[in-house]
Write a protein that binds this ligand. Structure first.
Ligand code: PMV
Length: 315
């Protein structure tokens, strides 16, 4: 028996980094997916096959001894094998349309789809239960993760998220086009988050002021979303980018890509941890192609996307 699931990637529309300190963030699932298939195998092994490599390990090994990029999937498979006292093993195959390590939620989407596919071999779980498993699994590589990415990968659409209040879906039928451009500079979320922590500790007062401003900005964005005001959202993206610049998580390449996008789109900013990774711009059918051309003329690779309203899908 095979159990299959897929989950979308994401972008952080607003509030990355500040969300770690309690500010509200807005996230959006995108129509690029990870698909995971899980199957019981006769050998008592956990086998993981993916574009980032393959491993075959015995169950019941300490998680720290597993190569880090495979840990969440090993963790999920092992947990099920132990829970159900399974004599068989599990083979997991991961395929992805989402570039990894560039802030598009590929790791969270992999965890969500894996949690659904692997647990689906044993029992039926609600989205809420799968989300909890995925967050636990992702903590094996990123213990302080806020859970925001896994949440949007599970439920799809647009969500608002803050550490205290948790997530809530933004009820909207807003329709926009995204142009996502990859700087091809891989970043470590852990390192950039720790850099920001340091920045905050050395600039407590300034950081608190910026957090307040981002909070206000996000509230304004929620009104813009309600009013289908793409220009308003774009203006706030430009503002949010300025705050990210001021805490030092942008760089020359991202700034150039953002400036090119700003020639025609409603707005552009980095997404995710920054210091590399991706930027995205907001457009509709009238300025989409022009924005793609602006980036491609300067040899920046980009792809277009839309909101994914499905979230986790099992089949
Ligand atoms: O680059 P990503 O997708 O890992 O996003 C990180 C988002 C941060 O706000 C910087 C960290 C977090 O846990 O929310």
């Amino acid at each position: 028996m095979k159990s299959k699931a897929s989950a979308p990637g994401k972008i952080i529309l607003f509030g990355e980094h500040f969300v770690v300190y309690g500010v509200k963030a807005i996230l959006c699932a995108i129509d690029k997916r990870v698909t995971v298939s899980a199957e019981k195998i006769p050998q008592n092994k956990i086998s993981i096959k993916s574009s980032f490599g393959n491993i075959v390990e015995s169950p019941d090994r300490p998680i720290k001894e597993i190569e880090s990029q495979f840990r969440p999937f090993y963790y999920l498979a092992d947990k099920m094998i132990q829970k159900y006292k399974e004599k068989f093993g599990i083979e997991i195959t991961i395929t992805s349309e989402i570039p990894s390590g560039v802030g598009l939620g590929s790791s969270s989407a992999c965890c969500v789809a894996s949690a659904a596919a692997i647990s689906g071999l044993f029992t039926k779980n609600s989205k809420e239960e799968i989300l909890q498993m995925a967050i636990e699994a992702e903590k094996t590589i990123f213990p302080n993760n806020s859970g925001a990415d896994s949440t949007v990968c599970t439920y799809g659409g647009l969500i608002q998220y803050d550490k205290k209040g948790g997530f809530s879906k933004i009820d909207t039928e807003i329709n926009f086009d995204l142009i996502i451009a990859n700087s091809k500079i891989k970043h470590s979320t852990k390192e950039v988050v720790s850099y920001v922590k340091n920045f905050k500790e050395n600039n407590e007062e300034r950081f608190a002021i910026i957090c307040n401003e981002v909070n206000r900005l996000v509230e304004d964005v929620l009104i813009c979303i309600k009013n289908n005001d793409l220009e308003g959202i774009g203006r706030n993206m430009t503002k949010n980018q300025k705050y990210l610049e001021s805490i030092g998580v942008s760089n020359e390449k991202l700034r150039e890509m953002i400036a090119l996008s700003n020639k025609s789109s409603f707005g552009a900013k980095l997404t995710g941890a920054g210091d590399g990774g991706c930027i995205f711009s907001l457009a509709d059918k009238n300025n989409l192609q022009k924005t793609v051309n602006n980036l491609e003329e300067k040899n920046y690779e980009c792809f277009t996307g839309k909101i994914d309203f499905t979230g986790l899908d099992t089949f």
